[in-house]
Design a protein around this ligand. Sequence first.
Ligand code: TXA
Ligand code: MG
Length: 354
Amino acid sequence: MKTEIFKIDPTNIDFEVMSYCGKIIREGRLVCFPTETVYGLGANSFDASAVKKIFAAKGRPQDNPLIVHIADIDMLHLITPCEGEAYDRIMKLAAHFWPGPLTMVSPKDDAIPDTVTCGLSTVGIRYPSNEIAKALIKCSGVPIAAPSANLSGKPSPTTGERCIEDLTGRVDVIIDGGACSVGVESTVFDVTKELTVLRPGAVTREQIAEVLGKASEIDWTLPVEGKPRSPGMKYRHYAPKATMYLFEGSMKKVSEKIRSLCEEAKGEGKKVGILVTDQTVRFYGRRNPCADTILSIGDRKDPFSQARNVFDTLRDFDDEKVDVIFAEAVPREGVGNAVMNRLFRAAGGKIEKL
Ligand code: TXA
Ligand code: MG
């Protein structure tokens, strides 16, 4: 398949190109586009055969439902019934967090085909704040179903280049709109019964609880057994090619452990990567680094910087072709909790506490 690539300046959107891309969506074809979280791989959410193409393009398991993206509240009314407790909660949360990085698992209207939700009676809905994403949805005139625009299992793309790397030849259009401002996928929150954060993101459980009076979060460190509430939870995700190990504890203990493992792995002839923060990079030898590749995820005190960098840094390790990555944990506060969730998944669902 030939992929058309358009570079769009988010501060000066070319609406001629956007209306062309909207037409592609209406024709049942695939368009990748930036959002404030990560790039999405979009299709018309009302068109089951278009949605099927998403699963094929990504190599996505058939039982992992997609999020439907809207560009105004009128579109919400096409995909979820506007009545009942769930609807009241949606409107409350929308007033605080939309447009933005929050997906609400809501009752599904029949207009949304089962292909989107993999047969579930609920649908994940998000109103993104990215101007290019909003323009695309508006120009297409339909809500857009879109997972993250990566090949299944790989870290999500947060720049146009990473999206192009994964999906050229697999989609009709890629809109390169620069770097994503948040960098981790949206918070997935179930408004139907459980009032539970199913996937942490930039909107935190605490913020949601302030609006609704209560909200819980699944313990994502527990192994997923049986049928998970969010089907995406059971898949190895965000994973670089190298084997990754994650360590949590005092900076001193963590850096000592990583230095000694590094020495051991080097002794075995392995190419070693270390994932650190700006503040801890000095523990690994500035002049004489103990690893082949040392990359910082960002400022320890600024979880938003970590969120912006986490996926691209994991992909940078792949580019360096390291065999093993030893990663420092970051503080689990605010969006740092979402960053840790992604690191945890990238490390195959393991964390060593020191
Ligand atoms: O930020 C984001 O959410 C990005 C951008 C493109 O909007 N999208 C994204 O989609 O991350 P995806 O498909 O990579 O992740 C969607 C997650 C999966 O874990 C899926 O299982 C969960 O949302 N999900 C979707 N619909 C659901 C539903 N009805 N019930 C429970 N979980 C659902
Ligand atoms: Mg994804």
